[in-house]
Design a protein. Structure first.
Length: 404
């Protein structure tokens, strides 16, 4: 039987739709509207870097321009509609998904105990009951509230004192829940004080097969099409072997099909998708033409290799690259127009001056820059300026660069 095939334009359209970037950036951005958006994405990665705004806020703003950071804080910390845990990194996740995280708690407990025993501060396992009792007696804590008499090394953020390591372990394994952040520092409480008792770890048995089935289905629905490895990587809980076995079984049951998608270089790649993917993509609209600034951690670009295959856009964040070796800059934002990635921009909020300072912008090689594009970029930067609560945009001399 001839396999279905999506050309590159169709593949990009489907992928953007699943990441809520195909429709016009508009709509409700608080309460249930915001929760539906996060549910649709699956999770929103948290990151502390605040060059213009934090990554999670930029992710949500790119889809809902009326969004403001207080909307997420309220949904997470007051309404308890979200919980914080790990996918590939720290993220806020709809509370509806909590019961599917029991497997993650179990696997993190085993993995971290072995990993951290070798490279975290010695003795963290002996601090578990002390930390738990402190929280029972005194309520929610941050890392500075425990282990005050313990020595912290000088090796940086990874050289935690034992009680800080215990806090993180108890959170990752489900005994504690992060209830919010103050100055981006996590606050922890006992899980039974925060999460519905019927959902707490230990209250129900963890059904591994059912959890793997949910995680793989949910990942495919949020990606549109994927290899088994990409399904495993989406939540980063299912193993590569489990995802492959799930795909084999789902293929036999007819709930997924093998299809070809055309990459940006013209080559076809075999992936899994729902059998009706051709009908689904045919019903999708064209992408809006306006330029949008994306976070470096936007879910559409999180898998850098997939973004390069689909969009021909090679992007690497250079935060950890020594300055002399950087190609573009410390924290450079991707630019999207329609269904294309058209460039990247190096900009920073100078809050004391009230300015959004644009140091440089590099168009992609395939993009012919024009005065009209400059005007569309300026309009988007003005929206970003207002979102970041800044007064002006300041362009460096010779800010428009030649493609690299």
């Amino acid at each position: 039987m001839t396999l279905q095939r999506l050309n590159n334009r169709q593949a990009r359209t489907m992928f953007m739709d699943r990441h809520a970037l195909l429709e016009q950036p508009a709509g409700g951005s608080k309460g249930e509207d915001l929760l539906r958006l996060i549910h649709r994405l699956g999770f929103v990665q948290l990151d502390s870097i605040n060059t213009v705004a934090r990554a999670h806020d930029m992710i949500l703003y790119a889809r809902r321009p009326s969004y403001r950071p207080r909307n997420l804080k309220r949904l997470y910390e007051r309404d308890r509609a979200l919980f914080e845990h790990w996918t590939h990194d720290a993220a806020v996740i709809p509370m509806d998904f909590y019961r599917h995280w029991h497997l993650r708690f179990l696997r993190d407990a085993d993995m971290l105990k072995a990993r951290w025993k070798n490279w975290r501060r010695d003795g963290f396992e002996q601090r578990f009951e002390t930390v738990l009792q402190h929280i029972r007696d005194h309520g929610p804590v941050g890392s500075s509230d425990v282990g005050k008499d313990e020595k912290k090394g000088s090796g940086g953020w990874w050289d935690w004192h034992p009680s800080k390591t215990a806090l993180e372990y108890l959170w990752r394994s489900g005994a504690l829940t992060v209830i919010g952040r103050e100055g981006f520092q996590k606050r922890y409480d006992l899980t039974e004080r925060v999460i519905d008792t019927q959902l707490c770890p230990g209250s129900i048995a963890c059904d591994v097969d059912a959890t793997v089935d949910w995680l793989c289905n949910a990942a495919l629905d949020r990606l549109g099409f994927a290899t088994s490895g990409e399904l495993a990587a989406f939540w980063d809980t299912v193993s590569a072997g489990e995802a492959k076995a799930w795909c084999d079984q789902a293929l036999t049951r007819g709930i997924i099909a093998e299809v070809f998608v055309e990459c940006a270089d013209g080559n076809d790649r075999k992936v899994f998708a729902r059998p009706e993917i051709s009908e689904q993509v045919a019903a999708l609209p064209e992408a809006p033409g306006r330029i949008r600034v994306l976070s470096p951690f936007d879910p559409m670009l999180r898998d850098r290799k997939r973004a390069e295959r689909l969009f021909g856009f090679h992007y690497r964040i250079e935060v950890f690259v020594p300055e002399p070796k950087r190609i573009y800059g410390y924290y450079v934002f991707p630019l999207m127009e329609g269904n294309r990635m058209i460039g990247r921009i190096d900009m920073k909020a100078h809050r004391s001056q009230g300015n959004l300072h644009v140091r440089a912008m590099w168009p992609e090689q395939s993009v012919r820059w024009s005065d009209a594009r400059t005007r569309r970029l300026e309009a988007e930067l003005d929206r970003v300026r207002r979102f970041a609560d800044l007064d002006n945009i300041e362009f460096a001399r010779n800010w428009l660069k030649d493609p690299k």
